[in-house]
Design a protein around this ligand. Structure first.
Ligand code: BES
Ligand code: MN
Ligand code: MN
Length: 458
């Protein structure tokens, strides 16, 4: 591969690469909200045609009971290795819209950053792969085969992709699954994600009296389900930041001192972390650092809580019901379904007699870890070194990509998490953005990954 030709190609096509990404970002492909189903489909169609433009021999929409999967491939020689690219074209809802400085689906560049829902997660990052393919094809330097699987349901749990993968093992056969849907430590500190947390996501409903009551006539004499729910939630973690659900930690993988020392070598400033978030103190499980708390330890968080009166002014009411959505981030060896069951049993057990509780599990996913001694990791490491002038640091990220565990289990290949986002990119939040530098550097790094992977495979 002629790395210089690739660089020149990227340089010469920068504006086009940005314009094309903007077209994708203008489509509100929110998978969670049925109202956007038409836009989700249009996005899939656009990804398909862009794959063909980039040089794929074939691209198609694969229908599922939900949103379609976009599959594309370019097979140059069956005897050569095959890189399988995974990404997602769906995005999180953009709400609350009023907190955006510019509309979420009208991308703009401000201070060298692209602002739009999906700019980083994951349209911007998935599209880097399409442009890397085009750069390699057009400069005559594509060194192997490539298959694309870009799904539209990652943000809602990938359950239909699971079926697609299981039913299409042959079609998806390859030597590595390459994913850009994670981040690096900083622009001057490249890193490769080697761990993702799993997820159990629960919804609870607490019912008190059979109807909303006057809080004067009844207040103090009848249990208020919102008060009760708050007490129950509070009891789920103790004063040491430990989760109190019996059996919760039974399978948690404990890291050795050496492994923890290794992790602690990654540059990190707690002061910058706090100031970026506008907090005076951090809080988490005692005995663990901030990076350990998100990387190797589980967590329990309320994602939403509601009930009673939340409109303008005051209404004196003792509500009949209270609700909450609660997520648990899981670490290696914890099992999502088992943890959901433990939560359900415990939440019911701690419910006082004066309320009734209902617990339902939403989508979940398994944690995953990536080996650093694989050939694929080695290629990714070399690609970073060549493009960024620095060897990448392996990191464990706190987020989840549930399908990664399934790729390893079903397709039996190594996965490489070659992401280029930053924690400060505000993914899932208002004003999500992605660095223009990261976008172009990512395209270059991806092309170099192909080169090193194929060389190491020889
Ligand atoms: N790309 C993220 C996951 C991520 C972000 C991993 C940053 C590591 C670093 C992905 O799109 C995502 O948001 N996943 C969800 C899980 C899903 C089941 C909704 C998550 O982590 O909340
Ligand atoms: Mn993502
Ligand atoms: Mn996401």
């Amino acid at each position: 591969m002629d790395s210089k030709a690739i660089l020149t190609y990227i340089e010469d096509n920068k504006q086009r690469f940005l314009d094309e990404l903007f077209d994708l970002l203008r489509l509100p492909s929110v998978s969670a909200d049925p109202k956007f189903a038409g836009d989700v489909r249009k996005t899939a169609e656009m990804v398909k045609s862009r794959l063909l433009d980039a040089g794929c021999d074939k691209a198609e929409l694969v229908e599922t009971p939900g949103h379609p999967v976009v599959y594309g491939e370019k097979i140059i020689d069956p005897n050569l290795p095959t890189v399988v690219v995974y990404g997602h074209y769906d995005v999180q809802p953009a709400d609350p819209y009023e907190l955006w400085d510019s509309p979420p689906f009208e991308p703009v560049i401000k201070e060298e950053k692209i602002y739009a829902r999906g700019a980083c997660d994951d349209k911007g990052q998935a599209y880097m792969h399409v442009k890397a393919l085009q750069a390699m094809v057009d400069t005559g330097s594509l060194p192997c085969n490539v298959k694309f699987m870009i799904e539209g349901e990652e943000e809602v749990g990938s359950s239909n992709l699971e079926t697609f993968v299981k039913e299409n093992k042959e079609k998806l056969a390859g030597d590595v699954v390459l994913i850009s849907d994670t981040g690096i430590i900083a622009i001057d500190t490249p890193s490769i994600t080697v761990g993702l947390r799993g997820l159990s996501y629960m919804e609870v409903e607490v019912t008190g009296p059979n109807r909303d009551l006057h809080s004067g006539i009844y207040g103090g004499a009848v249990a208020n389900p919102i008060n009760v729910l708050c007490t129950m939630i509070d009891s789920l973690t103790d004063e040491n930041g430990h989760i109190t659900i019996p059996g919760f930690y039974d399978k948690v993988e404990e890291l050795s001192t050496t492994e923890r020392e290794q992790m602690a070598k990654a540059p990190f400033s707690l002061e910058e972390y706090k100031s970026e978030l506008g907090i005076d103190e951090v809080k988490g499980e005692n005995g663990f650092t901030t990076n350990e708390r998100t990387g190797i330890r589980p967590a329990l968080d309320v994602n939403g809580i509601w009930g009673g009166y939340t409109g303008e002014g005051a209404k004196t009411v003792l509500p009949s019901k209270a609700y909450a959505k609660i997520s648990m981030r899981l670490v290696p060896n914890q099992h999502s379904d088992e943890i959901s069951d433990l939560f359900t049993a415990h939440f019911k057990a701690i419910a006082p007699d004066y309320v009734k509780v209902k617990v339902t599990a939403h989508h979940g996913g398994q944690p995953s870890v990536v080996k650093t001694d694989s050939l694929a990791y080695g290629a990714a490491s070399k690609a970073f070194e060549e493009a960024w002038g620095k060897a990448p640091i392996p990191t464990r990220d706190g987020g989840s990509i549930p399908i990664v565990a399934l790729f390893k289990e079903v397709l039996k290949v190594d996965v490489v998490l070659l992401g280029f986002g930053l924690d400060s990119d505000a993914i899932h939040s208002p004003n999500e953005h992605y660095g223009v530098f990261n976008y172009f550097k990512g395209i270059e790094t991806i092309a170099l990954f192909y080169k090193h992977f194929v060389e190491l495979k020889k």
